[in-house]
Design a protein around this ligand. Structure first.
Ligand SMILES: O=c1ccn([C@@H]2O[C@H](COP(=O)(O)O)[C@@H](O)[C@H]2O)c(=O)[nH]1
Length: 238
């Protein structure tokens, strides 16, 4: 049965493999999955993925947010599939073909997640980027359009904010995963680059399957205690 801690994905946003390994060993019993993103993958490459996989068998989310022509994305996803990760990301972008190529490249061995609209993007950013009409007035319309594209392409789910996850859940059902970054506990509401944020409890109540929570844990005085406090909050709503 899924426990409260299993909802937490901790991003290993570190500049060195040494620090990443330290946090893997510190938080292995406190979170459900580790996320490897661009910073660490550029520094350490697939080695860190193998390390996490082989020490304690923790699940891995490889968050490289691929975005390229379909042939290139499909080929890259084949290499990702060799790494034995649970989830990997591709931007939904503008083309369903790219998402289909990612799913095909995964060979069914990786859950391909479409990134709808980054949680650091605000309504104002969308308007400034030239989106008009329904998208500029309502970010969730763009998130839903992209989620529908990901679903049609055969993706396992999407990355979206906790504010849109209820709509995703209603439209696509419980078998389409919704992973939500932009999580800020009420006790850690520092202003930063995240624009569409929810608390852990709000995101779970809205229907999130997993919460990506980085800085509130990483930068806490005691990261393990912070992770436990978040798991406790999740435990009150599951
Ligand atoms: O829309 C997105 C997609 C990915 N992320 C990633 O999640 C973490 C969030 O870290 P915090 O420190 O909790 O802000 C980070 O690795 C991002 O690359 C996202 O934030 N939003």
């Amino acid at each position: 049965m899924k426990q409260a801690k299993d909802y937490i994905i901790f991003p290993l946003d570190f500049p060195s493999e040494k620090e990443a390994r330290e946090y893997v060993s510190l938080l292995s019993g406190e979170v459900g999955m580790f996320k490897v993103g661009l910073e660490l993958f550029i520094q350490s490459g697939p080695e860190i993925v193998r390390h996490i996989r082989d020490t304690g068998g923790a699940k891995i989310f490889l968050d490289l947010k691929l975005h390229d022509i379909p042939a290139t994305v499909g080929r890259a996803m084949k290499r990702v599939a060799d790494l034995g990760v649970t989830f990997a990301t591709v931007h939904c972008g503008e083309s369903r073909n790219m998402l289909e190529a990612a799913v095909e490249g995964s060979g069914g061995n990786v859950g391909v997640l479409g990134v709808t609209v980054l949680t650091s993007v605000s309504d104002q950013d969308i308007a400034q980027a030239g989106f008009r009409d329904e998208f500029a007035a309502d970010m969730s319309a763009l998130v839903m359009r992209r989620a529908a594209m990901a679903k049609a392409a055969g993706c396992a789910g999407v990355v979206c904010s906790g504010l849109e996850v209820g709509q995703i859940r209603s439209a696509f059902g419980k078998d389409f995963a919704a992973i939500t970054p932009g999580i800020r506990p009420a006790w850690e509401l520092a202003e930063d680059d995240q624009k569409r944020v929810t608390t852990p409890a709000q995101a779970i109540q809205n229907g999130s399957d997993f919460l990506v929570i980085g800085r509130p844990i990483r930068d806490a005085e005691d990261p393990r205690t912070a992770a436990r406090k978040i798991a406790e909050e999740i435990g009150t709503v599951i």
